[in-house]
Design a protein around this ligand. Structure first.
Ligand code: RIB
Ligand code: NA
Length: 311
């Protein structure tokens, strides 16, 4: 079976509290709402691609526990293949404790648990799917070794790669850059990786050039309400585009970046000839819809919820 999008990445159960503001160290505050949702950057990206119509498979590991069972059902409900979803008794399903304030901002602590047990052996098992996918998508919520191995396997098989270095680590193995067709990060990740300040569109362009120099084929630096910057081509002659986004009143921005990447993966597989900046512009519009609702996957739009001009 050939998939459009294969994601090698994380699943987390999101435990979300909404409060007026984020607490300070040592402080207890009252929140006004609590809910449990499906999250994890890898799964979020996979679910968004699936909701837009991509044929998707998830390569991941959950615990042999209630959250894990539930998560597998969530993939089925969204039409994601669970053939390569492993379950382990050695660790619990990953969880993310999330606090969302009234401005729609968040603070997150993840305990990756079973995600960290996704291994090279699991990749070998998924190789038939991985090697025939149109696009592989990876992040940094499973072991970096497994992630880099997945990207390399994709490259060896001429599968396009999207790498999202989130959450960012300062000493990222330089091979990650060379293994990325599209290296897609937000402003704070770009800042951490390049050690350059990234506050403006201009800054994002400079940081993006540096990331290109490290060997990525294309770079996207997302800038929240300022849209994103897209760079591709050889560093000297690289083209830089700023892609603006419509201003929306955000209720919850958690997982908006994942919605963007999932949508990007969908566009890369469905419209491979489309210029990257046009894909980014459309992916921005998809992610823009997700911030209007509370929750991560719970807020991701399906094809039927979106204007036909996006397809
Ligand atoms: O990017 C958002 C996601 O980050 C959440 O769903 C949470 O699970 C964390 O992994
Ligand atoms: Na949302």
């Amino acid at each position: 079976e050939a998939f459009d999008v294969v994601v090698v990445g994380s699943c987390m159960t999101d435990l979300v509290s909404q409060a007026q503001r984020l607490p300070r160290a040592g402080e207890t505050i009252h929140g006004h709402k609590f809910f449990i949702g499906f999250g994890g950057k890898g799964a979020n990206q996979c679910i968004q691609a699936a909701r837009l119509g991509a044929k998707t498979a998830m390569v991941c590991k959950v615990g042999r526990d209630y959250f894990g069972e539930n998560y597998i059902q969530n993939f089925r409900d969204n039409g994601v293949s669970t053939e390569f979803v492993g379950q382990t008794a050695d660790a619990a399903t990953g969880v993310a404790s999330i606090i969302v304030n009234d401005a729609g901002e968040n603070a997150i602590v993840i305990v990756a648990g079973a995600n960290m047990l996704l291994s090279g052996e699991d990749l070998q098992h998924a190789l038939p799917a991985l090697s025939r996918a149109k696009v592989l998508v990876c992040q940094l919520e499973v072991s970096p070794d497994t992630t880099l191995q997945a990207l390399r396997l994709a490259q060896e098989n001429n599968v396009k790669t999207i790498f999202n270095p989130a959450p960012a680590i300062p000493d990222l193995d330089p091979d990650f850059y060379r293994a990325s067709d599209v290296f897609c990060c937000n402003e704070s990740e770009a800042q951490l990786l390049t050690e350059m300040a990234v506050a403006s569109i201009e800054d994002a362009g400079h940081a993006g050039r540096e990331l290109l120099r490290r060997g990525c084929r294309s770079v996207i630096v997302t800038l929240g309400s300022q849209g994103c910057v897209v760079l591709s081509g050889q560093e000297a002659s690289s083209m830089l585009h700023h892609v603006p986004t419509e201003t929306v009143t955000a209720v919850d921005t958690t997982g908006a970046g994942d919605s963007f990447i999932g949508a990007l993966a969908f566009y890369m597989t469905t419209f491979p000839e489309m210029p990257l900046q046009e894909m980014a512009s459309r992916a921005n519009q998809v992610a823009g819809v997700s911030v209007l609702k509370i929750g991560t996957q719970a807020s991701y739009p399906s094809k039927k919820d979106l204007p036909s001009k996006l397809f």
